[in-house]
Design a protein around this ligand. Structure first.
Ligand SMILES: Cc1cc2nc3c(=O)[nH]c(=O)nc-3n(C[C@H](O)[C@H](O)[C@H](O)COP(=O)(O)OP(=O)(O)OC[C@H]3O[C@@H](n4cnc5c(N)ncnc54)[C@H](O)[C@@H]3O)c2cc1C
Length: 403
């Protein structure tokens, strides 16, 4: 692989950096984004910021031009994400729409559905959430129990579907306008064949969202109760019974390259090394060895990313190796954050929740936050199963519950 950037990518990077220098709401290279005690204020700020980015064409750069994108390739997207992270820009508030729902609609939606939903995703005019996990269906997603009942019982009743069930861990559901939802439309069919994929209007009667508080003290995710929620036919994506295939397309976008986390961890490493230099941690041989290890691991993460990116750029899917990157990243991240607390030593008091002073407790909050990295987008045990079975060719695990 040729690791040198092309002139075209250098140009794109320079263009993006110049735009950021002129438009960032904080001083480029020096300042940090504002911090909010209230998640709703953070979302309001995030919507404005994403709107500004979208207007300048910096959101969804790989999307076709017809739907507001730039029609560029994966390396261009990598460059844009790197530059955003370098400028310390927060993650896109509409990331579930941009990274998951949008690409799924691009792959499986009708032309009407694309025209209707895609433009508002880029500008964060409408926010999306992912209604997949349930209390009894997480790793084993094909066990979803939410039902989708056909409404056309004849007698002049309109067509459409009625959804009933409970979803959980739904990030940003309390702010979402739409949710992509996996539901069981045919209880008689096999586990995977009886599922359909819907777009649910989060403001429809019967949708109830209850926030759940995380160990950081914030409440990003929620329980969502769907109680006889009407979903019109034109909000079915794909055909009835094809939900598992459509959902697979959503999930494939959760893994793969991770330029944002790459830059964040390079920045964390940098800060950690500076803290260690002043705290005397380098004089402790055990800490010194772990600091060297952290340096090597972040560099390896960079190389893993570049390898996957090179595959994507050649039109190949990252495939099950994406699980290697996800597994490696989450374990590296947890080790790095534990090391940071050991380097801080007695100066590492516990994070006390959302009320904070800038500069205080950021390592502690990050330690708590990254505990989730080995759970979301597929737990580490599941990634290990994928690597064992599909990369190493080990015997397959016996299916739980058949089918
Ligand atoms: C921060 C965060 C945000 C999230 N956001 C969303 C969201 O927006 N929308 C959404 O739908 N979901 C979301 N999730 C849910 C996430 O996808 C699930 O938590 C995840 O898939 C695991 O499912 P579970 O929690 O039900 O755990 P379970 O599947 O019940 O697993 C429990 C434990 O058993 C292990 N285990 C399960 N099966 C196996 C097996 N076959 N072999 C070995 N070990 C196994 C798991 O690794 C885990 O340790 C989010 C989760 C987090 C942490």
């Amino acid at each position: 692989m040729d690791l040198a950037a092309t002139a075209e990518m250098d140009e794109l990077r320079a263009e993006m950096r110049a735009w950021l220098e002129a438009n960032l709401p904080w001083e480029y290279g020096v300042g940090l984004p504002p911090r909010f005690d209230d998640l709703a204020d953070e979302v309001t700020f995030g919507r404005r910021w994403q709107g500004q980015l979208a207007e300048a064409g910096w959101v969804g750069v790989t999307w076709p031009k017809a739907y507001g994108g730039r029609g560029l390739g994966p390396t261009a997207n990598f460059v844009v994400q790197e530059e955003l992270a370098r400028a310390r820009a927060p993650e896109l508030v509409g990331r579930i729409g941009v990274n998951l729902a949008g690409p799924t609609l691009l792959a499986h939606g009708t032309e009407d559905q694309k025209q209707r939903w895609l433009p508002a995703i880029l500008a964060a005019d409408e926010l999306w959430c992912q209604l997949f996990s349930e209390p009894e269906a997480g790793s084993d997603l094909a066990s979803v129990r939410t039902t989708a009942r056909r409404k056309d019982g004849g007698g002049g009743e309109e067509g459409g579907w009625v959804l009933q069930g409970t979803k959980v861990w739904t990030s940003y559901a309390q702010f979402a306008d739409w949710g992509v939802c996996l539901a069981r439309s045919d209880p008689q069919a096999g586990r995977h064949r009886g599922l359909s994929f819907f777009v649910v209007d989060m403001h429809a009667p019967g949708v109830e969202v209850r926030p759940l508080v995380q160990i950081t003290g914030e409440a990003e995710f929620n329980e969502v109760h769907l109680d006889d929620v009407d979903v019109p036919d034109d909000q079915l994506v794909g055909v009835p019974g094809m939900g598992w295939t459509v959902a697979g397309s959503t999930l494939s976008h959760e893994r793969g390259v991770n330029p944002r986390q790459l830059v964040i961890h390079l920045q964390h490493l940098d800060e950690l090394m500076r803290t260690a230099a002043t705290s005397g941690a380098f004089d402790d041989p055990r800490l010194r060895r772990r600091l060297a290890q952290a340096y090597v691991e972040v560099r390896l993460f960079q190389l893993h990313n570049w390898r996957s990116l090179s595959k994507l750029e050649r039109g190949m899917e990252p495939g099950p190796e994406a699980s290697v990157l996800k597994l490696y990243w989450s374990e590296m991240s947890k080790r790095l954050h534990s090391l940071a607390l050991d380097v801080l030593g007695p100066a590492a008091p516990l994070w006390r929740g959302a009320a904070h002073n800038p500069g205080d407790g950021s390592w502690q909050r990050a330690w708590l936050y990254y505990q989730a990295s080995s759970i979301f987008a597929g737990t580490n045990e599941i990634q290990r199963n994928v690597i064992g079975e599909r990369v190493l060719g080990l015997p397959r695990e016996e299916a739980v519950g058949g089918n």
